[in-house]
Write a protein that binds this ligand. Sequence first.
Ligand SMILES: [Zn+2]
Length: 166
Amino acid sequence: MQKWIAKSRKTHIADNANLFKPSEQPLSVDATDIPVWESVSKNQFDPNWLTLMETHQSSILPMRKLKRTEDYRSWLVYNFNEEDPKASTFGCRLCQDYYDSFKIIARPRSRMSIKGKGVLRNNAHANAKLINEHSDSSAHSAIVEQLKLQFRQTVSDKMLHAPIVI
Ligand SMILES: [Zn+2]
């Protein structure tokens, strides 16, 4: 399993290889702990966030994009600030959860990848740009790619170990 991951990383995401810390050790993940794309990409976007965004930040958030575009919902988190709702920020759940465990070294590290921080600009255009740029960033792409690789490995393991029916 670990061998496969190391080899796959080399062959499939060679472009992102320099984003990972060089290490003598293979990924220190137990097979049972491996997060799989299927579960991490599940829509965890809370629909109440849209209501809160609309109530407090509709003039500075790209509301139409947030309502209509679904692909960012696998990762976007809203850090609602109860004391100062207009200062609520947003971040990336996948980068927050896996930046360290996947040993991503891309710098500077986005505040979107740090739990409890998040980002916010003062107009909708700039915030839309932040969302797009994060989605396209090399660190975010490397994490998504790694999660997908692990998902494919989990699926192929299941197939290999499934009873053969003739
Ligand atoms: Zn991310």
